[in-house]
Each structure stands twice: as C-alpha cells, then as structure tokens.
Write a protein that binds this ligand. Structure first.
Ligand code: NYM
Ligand code: MG
Length: 212
C-alpha cells in the first residue's frame, strides 16, 4: 500500500535540568540531520508562542502567580494542543527533535512537593517518544556554566530535586548522556544514538499511549 511506503519520523526527546546544554544540542542535531537529508524539525516545550504558552511564560518570568496544580495543567495543555500536528508530521516522515517533554512536566512540579502520580495523569495518552536522551550534568558544573538565570525554578536547591526526580522517571526509552564533556563530544554521542533510532524505526507503529 502506498501509505506504507512513507517511513515515519522518529520522536526524539532531549531532557535535562536547566543549563544542561539541551537547547544547543537540539539545534545542532537538527542542523546535522537536515544536512544529511533526514527530514527533521525542532520543537520546544513549553511552546511560549501559543495562548497557554503565554500564560506559562508570564508565570516563569514571575510576572504572574498561579496555583501549582493550575500551572502544571497548563504545561500539559501546551503539549496536548501540539499533538495533532506532531502526529501528522511524524506520519509524513519528519523526525521531531523535542526540547523538553513530559519528564520535565513531572519532575518540576513534583519537585515542589506534589504527588508524582498525580503529576503524570494529565499527560497520559500523549505521543510516546522513540528515544529520550537525558543530558546529565552535575549541578556544580551547571552553575559554572554562567549560573542559572532569573526565571522561576532556576535555583540550586530546586535543580537538585528536579534531577533526582528526573532519575526516578527513567524508563526503557531513556539513555543517559554524560553532559560534563566538551560540546563536540556530546554532540557526536547524541548523533550516533539518534541515527541508530532513526534507522531502526522501520515499521514500528507510532504509539500514543504514554504512561498507560
Ligand atoms: N517546565 C518545562 C515545567 O515546569 N514543566 C514542563 O512541563 C516543562 C516542559 O519550564 N525551568 C519548566 C522547566 C524550565 C522552564 O523551560 C522553561 P525552558 O526550556 O528553560 O524554556
Ligand atoms: Mg531555562
């Protein structure tokens, strides 16, 4: 069948604490894939351009206050509103490189003391990644990279808790990347893992059953 001739794209997620180098690595990866004729696109959560994203942005920049549960649900809604487009792009053969996903959603809210299982519920049924790369950087090294910014959550104590929670969320999709190396070494490492995932996607169905 004609529909089966298009190989779907891979859903690749990069996760990590603030200052772990995710954003740089995500854009380098997409540039590399594009240069090698692998159709790919960079996405980022939160997507601050949508109406939920604007509310999230105003919360993160301390312009507004929101209840912890409410902002958690906004982060999740910000993902849900992207799902239809993401599914279409993946099925059309585009590999998506996603800067943060549900793991950030759970780790950051649970670090405030909310129940982890409660935190997972709104994301149940989202697209399941093919690969999650966790860029692991010791907090001290992250701080040496110019320190955390001004946004909410960018504090040492918070980041330590977030990292612990991230590690509790590790599942079979995860691969740990030692982010305490040169940018180039990390980039090569990530590239190899992503290429082998893209190569082995074959006719694996795209799943939308996260945390079910
Ligand atoms: N964050 C990100 C959450 O608290 N929940 C989420 O669901 C997501 C996707 O927002 N400190 C936090 C993590 C970051 C902050 O992300 C903004 P970024 O990548 O710094 O723009
Ligand atoms: Mg940040």
């Amino acid at each position: 069948k004609l529909a089966n001739m298009v190989k779907r794209g891979a859903l690749i997620v990069l996760e990590g604490c603030d200052r772990s180098g995710k954003s740089t690595q995500c854009s380098n990866l997409v540039n590399y894939l594009t240069a090698h004729n692998i159709d790919s696109k960079l996405l980022k959560f939160p997507d601050r351009t949508t109406s939920t994203g604007k509310m999230i942005n105003s919360y993160l920049t301390n312009a507004t206050e929101l209840n912890d549960q409410a902002v958690h649900l906004l982060f999740s809604a910000n993902r849900w509103e992207a799902m239809d487009d993401m599914r279409s792009m993946l099925l059309a053969g585009t590999t998506l490189v996603v800067d943060r996903y549900v793991y950030s959603g759970v780790a950051f809210t649970a670090a405030k003391g909310l129940d982890m299982n409660w935190c997972k519920q709104p994301d149940v049924g989202l697209l399941t990644p093919d690969l999650v790369l966790f860029l692991d950087l010791p907090i001290d090294a992250a701080e040496q990279r110019g320190g955390f910014g001004e946004e909410r959550y960018e504090k040492r104590e918070m980041q330590i808790k977030v990292r612990e929670l991230f590690l509790q969320l590790r599942d079979s999709l995860w691969q740990l990347i030692d982010a305490n190396r040169s940018m180039q070494e990390i980039e090569l490492d990530i590239r190899q893992r992503v290429l082998s995932t893209v190569d082995t996607i074959h006719d694996k169905p795209l799943k939308q059953d996260l945390w079910t």
